[in-house]
Design a protein around this ligand. Sequence first.
Ligand SMILES: [Zn+2]
Length: 1014
Amino acid sequence: MILSLRFRSLSLILLVITTCAISNAQVKPGRDPNQPIDEEYTRKIREYTTAPYFNSPLTDYLPASPNVPTPKAVLGDVSGAPGKLPYAEEVYRYMRMLERATPRVKVYSIGTTEEGREMIAVAVASEKLLAKLDENRARLTKLADPRTINMDDAEADKLVAASFPIYYITGTIHSVETGAPTALMELAYRLAVDDSAYIKNIRDNVVTLITPVVEVDGRNRMVDIYNWHLAHPNENWPSLVYWGHYVAHDNNRDAIGLSLKLTRNVLNTYLTWKPQVLHDLHESVPYLYDNTIGDGPYNAWVDPILTDEWQMIGWNNVSEMTKFGMPGVFAHGNFDTWSPGYLMFIAATHNGISRLYETFGNGGADTLERTLAPSEYQRTWYRQNPPLPKAKWSQRNNNNYEETALLISLTYLGNNSKLFLKNFYLKGKRSIEKPKNEGPAAYVLPGDELRAGNQAELLRTLQAQGVEINRATAPFTVVVKAKKSEPAADRSPSPTRGSAAATASPTPSPSPSPSATPATRQFPAGSYIVRMDQPYSRIADALLDYQYWAPNDPQQAIYDDTAWTMGELANVEVVRITDPKVLGAAMERVSSEVRSPSGINSSGPVYLVNHNADNSLVTLRYRLKNVEMEAAEEPFEAAGHKFNRGSFIIRKASEGDLKSVSDELGIKVYGVADAPSVKTHPVRVARVALMHTWLSTQDEGWYRLGLDQLQVPFAYINTQDAAKDANLRSKYDVILLAPVGRGSAAIINGQPMYGNPIPWKTTSLTPNIGKIDATDDMRPGLGWSGLENLQKFVREGGVFITVDDTTDLAVNYGFTPGVSVTPSTRLRAVGDILRMRTVDSTSPIAYGYGDSLAMYCSNGPIFNISNIVGGRGGRGQRDGRGTGRGTPDDPDVPQGRPPAEIPEPPPKTEVWEAAPIPEEQRRNAVGIIPPAQRPRVIVRYADNRDLFVSGLLDGGDEIAQHAAVIDVPSGNGHVILFSTNPFWRGQTKGSYFLLFNAILNFDNLNAGRKLDVK
Ligand SMILES: [Zn+2]
C-alpha cells in the first residue's frame, strides 16, 4: 500500500513534469475562456485595427481585471487609439498605477536625462519571480563573471537550473517613432493580468524589464508637435528639429562614446540587472523587420554563439507571426551588424543578446492610407510574405505587431531559458578565455603617454562600459608587433617624445613574415593594462582594435560608420599585445576612476602648463577666465622639462586657484622663478557663438555636447539671428558653423516659404519646445543679409569656422579666395579614420599636436589651393617633353636655327600647396592674392600609402595629400575650413583641440606664419 502510494505519487510528479514540459512548448496563443475580457477595450482594439490580419490571437482582446487599471485609465482610450500620444510622465503614471495595483509589477527609477526628466525601468513577472529578484541577480552575477565560480561548468549548470532569465525592452529612443510607449503600457498590463496559458508561461518563467521611453526629452517634444498638429489640422507642422537635448537619430550611435545620459542609464541598468536580452524598439520599416539577424558584415568582435542566437530568436519570431497570417514580417534585410554604436549593442558586447525591431508607424497617432515603394512591398528571398503595396495603417496596428512579436520572443526565451542562460555563462567564459584562444592578451596604454588627460578620459569610458583596468607597478617587457610604416614617435610633437619608440629593439622573427617583424618593448611602471581575461573583454577589444572593411565587400549599402578605433580618435597610444607574458606583469587593479596626474611642482611666481592637446586645457583656460595667460610661440625648456609650442605661461595667478582647478582637471603645472624668454601672445577667453540652422541640429549637437562637457561657454545663435545682426563682431570672437548636411543653398534659403508660418516656441500647447532655441517661423534661412553679416564679422577680425559640408558656404560664397573644391568621383571614405600630417606646426591651430594625427572622415571635401582668385590649384605637375628628336630626356631641336635656351621649369609644388605664380601672370596683378591673405594649410591628408588607418577607404588617392585644415586670413579675421570633422559623436576627442586652438588663439592665428616673398 505504502509502496504503491509512493509509486503513484512519483508517477504523478512525473506526469506533472511531462505535462509542464509539453504545455510550455505547445501552449496555444489566445485567451483563457475562463477569464472575462474587457468588452469595451476589446471592441476598441478591433475598431482601431484596420484589417483583421493586422492583429493576432495574442492582442485581439484584453483580459479584464477587477483591480488592475488598463491603459485607458491614463489615455482615456485604448493603447494605439488615434489621436493619443502620451507624454513620458503619463506613461510613468500608468506604470506606477500598475505597481500599486498588482504585486507583479515593480517600477525603478534609472536616472535622469540632460533636461532632468526621469527614466524608468518596469519589471513584470509573477509574484514568485519578483520576490526572488535579488537572489536571482546574485546567481546571474556569478554566471556573468565565471571567474567567481572558477570557470566551473558543473557549478554553472546548477546556477542555470536555479535561475530565470531577464528580457530588457527599450522603447522610443527615436522620438519620431512613436508607437512603443502605448504598446509597452499594454504589454505590461497583459503580462500582469492575462491568465491565458501563453501569457502565464511567460510571467512564470521570464522577468520582462521595460524602459518605455528611452529618449524622454525628445518624446515630450514629439508629443508637443503632435498636439500642435491636432490643434492645427489644416496646417503644415514643425519637423522635430530637436529630439534629445543634443542629438536626434544619433542617440542610437552613442554606445561607443557614452556621451548621452540615456546611454549611460540603459548601460547601467544592463550592467546591474544582467539581462540575457536587450531589445530596442524602432519604427521605420513596414510592417515588422526583425533586423538583428540583418546582413553582413557582422561585427568582428562578438561571440559566434551570439550570432547563432540572433538567428534562432529572429527566425522563430518571423515564423510564428507568419503562422498568425500577419503580412510583412521578415528578417535579414540589408542592415549590416558591423558598428557597435547602437544602443542594443550594449548587450552584444557584454555577453547578452542584442535585438531590434523596425515596425511601421505614421510619425504620430493619425490613421493614414499608406502607399509603399516597390522596394518595400516586393517579395524577396527573405521576405516571402511582404507588406501590402497600399493599406490603411493605424497606431493600433503598430501596437498589435509590436506586442505580438515581443510576446513571441518572450515565450521563446522562457521556453529555452536554460539554453540561453547557459549561453550567457558560456559567452562570459569564452570572453575570459580570450587570451588563450583568439587573443589578444591585453591592450596597453603606456605610462609615458604624452596626452595623459585624453588617455585617462578614454580609460574612464572603458570603465563605464564595465571594463576592469589594471596599472603596472613595475616596468615590463613583452613582444610587440613592429609597426610597418608608422613609428610611434611620429605622433609626438617634434621636440619631445617619451621612451616609446626608443625602447623598441628588434628581435629575430621566429618565422619569416613579409609584413611585420616582432620586436620587444619595455613599458614603464604606471602603464595601464586592459586584460582580455575578463568577462567584458569583448567591448574593450571591439573599441580598441582597428577595423578593416574590404572595398570589394558584397555589402554596398553600408549602414553606418566603418571605423571607431578609440585610441586613434583620442590621439593616444594603444598597443595590442598578443604576448601572454603581459598578463604576468606586476600590476594592480584600478579601483576608482582613472585620473591623469596633476599638481604644482613648486611655487611660481610664474606657472607653466605644457600644451599637449589634452582637452582639459581648454577647461582650465575658461575656468580661470580672469587670469591672464600667454601662449609660447616656440618650444622651450624650463624646470627640467620640455614644453611644446603653445604652452601656457601664467605670470600672475593665485596658486590656490590654480592648484584646485588643475587637480580637478588632472593637469600638471610647473612653477618657475622666471618666465622663459620665448615669443608669446595672449590666450584670451574668446566669446564663442555656435550658429545652427532650423534645418537640422544633429551634427552641431555633438559640438554643443563637447563644448558643454569641457565647460567652454558659448552663445547659441541661429542663422536667422545672423541675418538680422549687422554687428556680430561686437558680440562674438568666433562663430562656428558645424556640419548641416543640406548644402549651402538650403542654409541660405531655409525652408520653402509656401503655406503657413511654422513656429518653434514654448506655448501652453507646446510646453517642451522652444527652450533650447526658439523662432516664430522656422522657414527663413541665413539669407543674403546673413552672408553679408558673416563676411563683415570676418573682415572686422572675427573667426568663422566651417566643417565638412558647411565649408561649401565659405568656399563658394567668397569667404576664402584661393580655395576650391574638386568633386570626388571614386573616393569612398565611409565614416572611417584617416591619417593626417601637420604641414605648418607653427600655426596656433596645430599647438600640442605632433606631425601626425588620425581623424574621422566621411568623404570630406577635396580642397585645392591657389594664390590666384578663382585658381583651381591642383597637382603642380611639370609638362613632359613633346614629340621630337632624341631620347625622352633630350630636348627637341627645331631644324635650321641655333637651339634656343629652355627657361628653368617652375619649382615642383606639393598637392597641398599653391603653385607659384608664373611671371606671365604678374604683369597685371588683378586676382593675385597678397601673401598675407593667402590660404595657410595647417594639416593635410597623408600620402596615399599612409592614409588608411581604420574602416573603409577606397579611391583614397583622390584625397591623399590634399589640404584638410586651412586657415584663410580675410580682412582682419580668419575663415577656417575643416575637410575632416573634428567633433563626431563624442568619439573624436583627439581632434577637438584643433578647434579649441582656433578659439583660444582667435586674435593671433597668424603667429609663426612665414609669408611668400611675392
Ligand atoms: Zn529608429
